[in-house]
Design a protein around this ligand. Structure first.
Ligand code: ADP
Ligand code: MG
Length: 140
């Protein structure tokens, strides 16, 4: 049996909300015993994806979810917007590609940091990016 619960839902409307997303992600990671290295990976990915939601998606929402099964705990971050969507997903995931004069390392970097990565997008409809991190230290 796997139990999934949403622990935080953070609106992303401005710069300060990126800080709120980082804090929410770290708080949950600490509460389930993620190591400092795991926390850092997760918060880095959260930061990049929250920034994309704001900058490219025109704002949206982040959810911090916990998935608890027998013998595993995973923290899942879901970023959702109703912005322009992504026309070419492979291109968007290429290191160094940015449509907006950025470094182009956020999306690809988040994918590398996460244990699971899912991107759903529809041009003109929006984008949802989901990243999961499994705890290697085990639940407390
Ligand atoms: N939520 C989003 N909505 C629309 N486009 C996005 C979104 N997230 C990422 N992208 C597209 O993917 C590209 C690569 O993202 P990223 O690697 O974070 O680079 P950067 O943010 O520096 O431009 C962005 O330049 C943008 O074109
Ligand atoms: Mg980015």
């Amino acid at each position: 049996m796997t139990d999934v619960s949403t622990v935080h839902e953070v609106p992303i409307r401005g710069e300060v909300d990126i800080v709120h997303v980082r804090q929410a992600a770290r708080e949950v990671a600490v509460s389930v015993g993620f190591s400092l290295v795991e926390q850092t990976k997760l918060v880095t990915a959260a930061s990049e994806l929250a920034r994309n939601t704001l900058k490219h998606g025109g704002g949206g929402v982040a959810e911090v979810e916990l998935e608890r099964g027998s013998g595993h705990t995973a923290l899942r971050l879901v970023f959702r917007d109703e912005g322009p969507g992504i026309e070419d997903v492979d291109l968007a995931l290429t290191d160094g590609y940015s449509s907006a004069g950025g470094l182009g390392l956020g999306l690809s970097g988040a994918r590398r940091l996460a244990d699971d990565f899912e991107l759903r997008t529809e041009p003109g409809q929006g984008t949802t990016v989901t990243v999961s991190f499994r705890s290697r230290t085990g639940p407390r």
